[in-house]
Design a protein around this ligand. Structure first.
Ligand SMILES: [Fe+2]
Length: 140
């Protein structure tokens, strides 16, 4: 099921919220392109866009966590790395088997549903840490 951005996903940091909205959009685009099944080039483009968007977004988050001396940074980075492994496996299967309803569903699970769980289970924790340790912010 496609889910739209909602305030319930807000972590209270405007830049991160904005990027999460873009992440949803990248996810939906990938899902739709796989469902359309015809244009392999369009699927590849959406996959590349998703990968680049995630890389840029994770880098923003990791810088934020570093700036706020977030103690669970390494564990959070490992979750980001695991996301790319699963995305690579999806890309391999798309190349091997071609687009299908199953792979479209898997793409949505891996990107959109993963993001929802990741925001509510993990991203809220660094946001809370930043709020409760506001005086620890590194000056750069
Ligand atoms: Fe994250």
């Amino acid at each position: 099921m496609l889910r739209d951005w909602s305030d319930v996903y807000s972590v209270g940091i405007a830049e991160i919220d904005h990027q999460h909205q873009g992440f949803f959009e990248a996810s939906h685009r990938l899902y739709q392109r796989i469902l359309e099944r015809e244009e392999l080039q369009a699927v590849a483009e959406a996959l590349t866009f998703m990968r680049d968007y995630a890389a840029s977004h994770f880098s923003t988050e990791e810088s934020f966590m570093r700036d706020h001396a977030y103690p669970a940074l390494a564990a959070h980075q490992a979750l980001h790395a695991a996301f790319f492994k699963r995305l690579d496996a999806l890309a391999d299967d798309l190349a091997t088997f071609g687009p299908s309803q199953d792979l479209a569903d898997r793409a949505l699970d891996l990107t959109q549903d993963w993001l929802v769980d990741h925001i509510t289970d993990e991203d809220v924790l660094y946001a809370l840490h930043a709020r409760t340790h506001a005086t620890d912010v590194a000056v750069s």
